[in-house]
Design a protein around this ligand. Structure first.
Ligand SMILES: C[S@@+](CC[C@H](N)C(=O)[O-])C[C@H]1O[C@@H](n2cnc3c(N)ncnc32)[C@H](O)[C@@H]1O
Length: 392
């Protein structure tokens, strides 16, 4: 099916790839981040306009669909109090609204809208943000479901092992007299796709992605710890609080005191072993973040090298390989043990976790590439939704 679309907050073009696959032609893109713009241009050979707040509405061509994953911001109540009657002013949703209303006022409403955001948008600001967005789209004449559609790549027909719940808002303008579909999918059991059994991992990987020796040693240290206790800890292990009460934080909240006390009991029970182990690794002199372990696989994995690891401020976190934490634009790149080696996921693997095709040209600056794939929308999920939306 041939149609045109506007790609707002276009990033590196997750929407673009999915919509193009369905027969769409992009007529306008806007993105403020120059590094993302370069990648977009390199892949799609088209102009990308900059800051959407500075663009003259008359310069935006008409399209059949407007797509965008916009940053989530609170709406100000001050606008209303000052009599502006527009509490979205100053947020980027305001710019989506301005574009849609520009075409509505010119008697040529954009037929479809498809927006994406973090799940938190639905509860943000006591749901005021969500309610305002839905109300405004309806005021512009869009038929929209009141309830959020939250979908993750793990829910796809061929599931991708990245747990990334995002909210999708889709609507059709009432002037087209068609019924809004109720796009459904089966919420999958998150254990249905395993990173190590998927086509995501690269076989030949440059050594630069290998974990440095100090980090490998920390993993081995925690493996030895796990080997010697007889269970998988269901609580965060906080070695820096083993020596209660000397490390008792003053005025810690209730939940934290509960974890500390669990760690105390645990330490007392395994003291003989832990003290020997700690001495071997000079554990008490490690940074507090390296003295913490979060085992989040229950009994589904037996060893750290079967899990997906992340070094986080809250400690070394181990998750099931069916459950890659959502890629986010930060430095906690997931770590895997593969081909006898601990290494970071590569940018190409992150691209695959976002359902980008291997023909996609990735930024050659890795920090940018990781950030961009953390920010982007999953192509497979957009394709799933847009296909069903465009059918009407
Ligand atoms: C959540 S990301 C969307 C990513 C995109 N959907 C993709 O597939 O890569 C939001 C994007 O909005 C961009 N952005 C933020 N403010 C903007 C503005 N004023 N004008 C244009 N783009 C903006 C950010 O740089 C970021 O890339």
């Amino acid at each position: 099916m041939a149609f045109t679309f506007i790609d707002l907050f276009s990033g590196i073009g997750g929407f673009h790839i999915a919509l193009k696959k369905l027969g769409g032609e992009c007529v306008f893109a806007s993105e403020i981040d120059q590094n993302a713009v370069e990648v977009y241009k390199n892949n799609f050979q088209m102009e990308v306009h900059g800051d959407i707040t500075k663009i003259d509405l008359n310069k935006i061509p008409y399209a059949d669909l407007l797509a965008g994953g916009f940053p989530c911001q609170s709406f100000s109540k001050a606008g209303l109090q000052n009599g502006f009657n527009d509490n979205t002013k100053g947020t980027l949703f305001f710019n989506i609204k301005e574009i849609l209303s520009h075409f509505v006022n010119n008697h040529k409403p954009i037929k479809y809208v498809l927006l994406e955001n973090v799940k938190n948008l639905t509860t943000h600001d006591k749901q005021d943000t969500w309610n305002t967005i839905i109300r405004i789209l309806k005021e512009l004449g869009y038929i929209i479901h009141d309830y959020p559609m939250i979908m993750s790549p793990t829910d796809l027909e061929i599931p991708i092992p990245q747990s990334r719940d995002r909210v999708y808002i889709y609507g059709i303008h009432e002037s087209y007299n068609v019924k809004l579909p109720n796009i459904e999918f089966t919420k999958k059991n998150k254990n249905n796709s395993n990173l190590f059994d998927s086509n995501i991992l690269e076989i030949e990987v440059d050594q630069q992605y290998n974990l440095d020796d100090n980090k490998v040693k920390l993993i081995e240290m925690w493996q030895e710890f796990l080997d010697n206790i007889e269970f998988k800890p269901s609580f965060p292990v906080w070695g820096n609080y083993f020596h209660y009460p000397s490390n008792n934080p003053e005025q810690a909240p209730e939940w934290k005191l509960r974890i500390i006390s669990r760690n105390q009991e645990f330490y007392q029970e395994y003291k003989t072993y832990i003290d020997k182990w700690a001495q071997k690794y000079d554990f008490w002199n490690l940074k507090p973040t390296f003295q913490k372990l979060e085992w989040q696989c229950q009994e589904d994995c037996t060893r750290l090298n079967e899990t997906i690891l992340q070094f986080r401020p809250s400690g070394l976190r181990a998750k099931r390989p069916t459950f890659i934490p959502a890629l986010v634009a930060i430095s906690q790149i997931p770590i895997i043990y593969y081909q006898n080696n601990y290494r970071k996921l590569t940018p190409r693997e992150c691209a695959r976790l976002q359902s980008f095709p291997d023909s996609f040209k990735i930024s050659n600056i890795d920090t940018q590439a990781y950030k961009q794939f953390g920010n982007t929308v999953n192509v497979g999920v957009v394709e799933y939704i847009a296909k069903r939306l465009l059918e009407v």
